[in-house]
Design a protein around this ligand. Structure first.
Ligand code: SF4
Length: 318
């Protein structure tokens, strides 16, 4: 028996009436492989396709350093607590600026629309700014440079903008302050500082794990619209070797898909991109989640071509 109320919540969202928080909680309690969840995802896709006008995007990320990070997000390979377990490993902790610029130019040549420069908090901020400046000076204005670094003061956000960053990824993660050493208040302040600096935001509900607290998930989902991001989504917990994440397990893929769909229904068309797919990532440089990033040019070009094909097969124009 299909639950009419669930259908009604989804239909209302499509008509521009976003679900209330209580409804978000209700949706999060669905079996992710039920008929109702399938309906939620289908309606979210309809809404999301309207928001992005059917357009898909290939984005790239360059991990610029692998310094031990004092923020200690336990799920991250670069958290200082995790690095200390691998003292035998040696290697460069920073990708040379010339190499970062090389990757960025390759991505621009291949038609990628956005390059994220991902840094640990162990990287000196001035050095990070130099990386942003070097990339900005080497790629066309049409390529968005997205900063993905630590929390920012108002002054640092302005400096990032002056250096050439014209987007930022920032999120108040699940378990912030518990599974990380980051003060949630600082995360929220950074949202404000980015807005004041005029830097467009990408955000996400992450990392989602099995049996994550539904109230916390609902809070994160319901906050998205007021942050007015240009892109948003949801991301699973990626286990990295030697990390102690307090027994947390990655969520079922179907649940992460459901979370992303609920996020889309809740923020309506306020965020043009994401929540239903539509973005395919290609990664280079340092890899904080041990996913296996590309290094050589041919591999990266092949990955970009494959990403475009995936988007097209998923019904997006690229
Ligand atoms: S996720 Fe980012 S802030 Fe957290 S430990 Fe890793 S590099 Fe540092």
């Amino acid at each position: 028996m299909v639950d009419d109320l669930i259908m009604h919540i989804a239909d209302e969202a499509l008509a521009g009436r976003a679900p209330e928080r209580a409804d978000v909680v209700r949706l999060l309690q669905l079996d992710p492989y039920s008929v109702e969840s399938a309906y939620i995802c289908a309606r979210a896709r309809e809404l999301g396709m309207r928001a992005c006008a059917g357009r898909g995007y290939v984005y790239a990320q360059i991990g610029v350093d692998s310094n031990p990070c004092p923020e200690n997000c336990r799920f991250c390979s670069f958290a200082a607590v995790n690095c200390s377990k691998r003292t035998s490993e040696a290697g460069p902790s920073e990708v040379p600026i010339g190499r970062i610029v090389h990757y960025a130019k390759l991505f621009a040549d291949e038609g990628v629309g956005l390059v994220s420069l991902m840094a640990t908090v162990g990287l000196d901020f001035e050095r990070y700014l130099n990386m942003v400046r070097a990339v900005r000076a080497s790629v066309p204005d049409s390529l968005t440079i997205m900063a993905n670094c630590g929390d920012l003061s108002a002054e640092q956000a302005r400096a990032l903008k002056s250096a050439g960053a014209n987007a930022a990824y920032h999120a108040l993660r699940l378990g912030e302050g518990t599974i990380t050493d980051i003060d949630p208040v600082q995360r929220k302040l950074t949202f404000r500082h980015l807005r004041l600096a005029g830097i467009p935001l990408m955000t996400g509900v992450e990392p989602v794990w099995r049996d994550a607290d539904v109230d916390e998930l609902a809070d994160r989902i319901c906050e998205i619209a007021e942050l007015e991001p240009f892109a948003m989504g949801a991301c699973n917990l990626t286990p990295v070797s030697d990390a102690d994440v307090g027994g947390r397990q990655p969520a079922l893929n179907g649940f992460v898909r459901l979370v992303a769909a609920i996020a889309r229904l809740t923020c309506g068309e306020a965020a043009p991109i994401g929540g239903i797919g539509g973005v395919a990532w290609v990664d280079a440089g340092c890899d904080p989640r041990e996913r296996g990033y590309g290094a050589d040019d041919a591999t990266l070009r092949n990955k970009i071509a494959a990403a475009k094909r995936r988007l097209a097969l998923d019904g997006f124009s690229v």
